[in-house]
Structure formats: structure tokens, C-alpha cells
Design a protein around this ligand. Structure first.
Ligand code: CDP
Length: 225
């Protein structure tokens, strides 16, 4: 049976990764969180003390950087130069830096290459900002997830609380607005819906409902063939 490439794009905390993880389990596909790759790059500039404006150093860093994902249905693990950084890259300083580094052309070229290599044989669900527009413009399925910013901020707040961290809800909302803006206004591969991506506003949907919606779309296409 044909193994599809499924692209899910959308802004921060719009439910892409939660949905993608469940879908991957149900379909026995691998899940690739491309945001994690930009986060790993961001962390590397911190550990190697590289200024984002220093193109030469950045290029050298990209030549030797090792970003790897170990796939597991119980949660992928992210490795940066052989060190497990899965948890570290979710911290607030990296979230902001990832959005900054993701505006830089040489960084995107390297990450997009990597993403294409991982996904080219199909059987993947990839989430990000530019999967349906740039990485896999011919993906078999494209979805664009959105939710209003208050809902998204509350989701992030609850996620942190589960990990024992109490955040300021206004700050979380401000950070999301800043990132929405930075990600959609950048020159290279800005966050935007591919014209052929199916939009999903999940502000008032449960996780199960949005997963079912996607599965239904996939089934409809299969039935047509
Ligand atoms: O999980 P969350 O939605 O908060 O963010 P993420 O998906 O981990 O992405 C972190 C940052 O990486 C985003 O704010 C984008 O600037 C960037 N990114 C990107 O430019 N292109 C992608 N395909 C994925 C992420």
C-alpha cells in the first residue's frame, strides 16, 4: 500500500504535534517534528556561543552539526551532536531563539534538505510551518491548523502546568503573538497556508475530533482511487 507524505502546518500551539503523534500511531507512520530541528540549531548556537549575525561561524556550525531523531511511538527523542536535548529545547529561551534562527536562509536550506531525506519514501507525518509550501509541495495530504490565540495560550499554559511549571498566561499569549508575527512575516518560507492545504480551525474541537477529521479526509481520497 502506498505510504503517504502528510504535511501539517500551522502556528505555535495550534495542536499540530498532538494530532500528528496520534495519527502516526494509528497509521504506523513516523512523526517528524521539524520545529524540534530548528530548536536544536538554536541550542547549538547558544552552546557554541555563535552570534546569529555571524554568517561565517553559522555556516561552519551547519557543516558539522548533527541533528538526529530517534523515532518512538512513546515520544521521539531529539539528539544534537549525540546528546539527548529533547527536554532542553522546549524551554522558553530556545523557543524564541528557534524562531529567530528560522529566518536565516542557510539554516533553512540545511534543515529542509534533512527533512526531505527523512520523508522522501513516505510513511511520514511532518509538522512545521513550511512543509506543505516548501519542503513537500507535492505531499499527498496537506493540513493547516489554526486556533485562536487565547485558546493556544491556554494550551501552552496547561502543558507547562502538567510539567510542574506555573507560567504567566499573559506572557504566554504575548510570546505566541510575537512568534506568529515573526514566523509569518519573514522573507524566506513564511508561515502560510498552501493554497491546496485543508484548513482546520480547532479552537472548538477536541483532539479526537480533529484526528477523526483528518483520518476521514485520508479515507475519502483512498475510496476515490
Ligand atoms: O511547538 P511550537 O509550535 O511552539 O513550535 P515549533 O513547531 O517547535 O517551532 C519552533 C520554531 O521553529 C517556530 O516558531 C518557527 O520559527 C520555526 N519553524 C520553522 O520555521 N519551520 C518549520 N518547518 C518548523 C518550525
Amino acid at each position: 500500500m502506498k505510504k503517504y507524505i502528510i504535511a501539517i502546518d500551522g502556528p505555535g500551539a495550534s495542536g499540530k504535534s498532538t494530532t500528528a503523534k496520534i495519527l502516526a500511531k494509528k497509521m504506523a507512520y513516523i512523526y517528524i517534528d521539524t520545529g524540534a530541528m530548528y530548536r536544536a540549531c538554536a541550542l547549538n548556537t547558544l552552546t557554541e556561543n555563535i552570534n546569529l549575525k555571524d554568517n561565517e561561524k553559522l555556516a561552519k556550525m551547519l557543516e558539522k552539526i548533527k541533528v538526529e531523531i530517534e523515532y518512538s511511538q512513546n515520544g521521539n527523542q531529539l539528539f544534537l551532536n549525540d546528546i539527548n536535548v529533547t527536554k532542553r529545547v522546549r524551554e522558553a529561551d530556545i523557543t524564541k531563539l528557534a524562531s529567530e534562527i528560522a529566518t536565516i536562509g542557510i539554516v533553512r536550506t540545511k534543515m529542509v534538505d534533512l527533512q526531505r531525506k527523512i520523508g522522501e519514501n513516505g510513511g511520514v507525518i511532518m509538522d512545521g510551518r513550511d512543509i506543505g509550501t516548501v519542503v513537500f509541495p507535492n505531499a499527498d495530504f496537506k493540513f493547516f491548523m489554526v486556533a485562536d490565540v487565547k485558546t493556544r495560550a491556554m494550551r501552552r499554559w496547561k502543558e507547562a502546568k502538567k510539567k510542574g511549571e506555573i507560567l504567566n498566561l499573559d506572557e504566554v499569549e504575548k510570546e505566541l503573538i510575537w512568534r506568529d508575527n515573526n514566523d509569518s512575516k519573514r522573507e524566506i518560507s513564511p508561515l502560510k497556508r498552501a493554497t491546496d492545504a485543508i484548513p482546520i480551525d480547532n479552537s472548538n474541537l477536541t483532539i479526537e475530533e480533529q484526528v477523526q477529521f483528518i483520518l476521514q479526509k485520508i479515507k475519502q481520497k483512498k475510496d476515490k482511487k
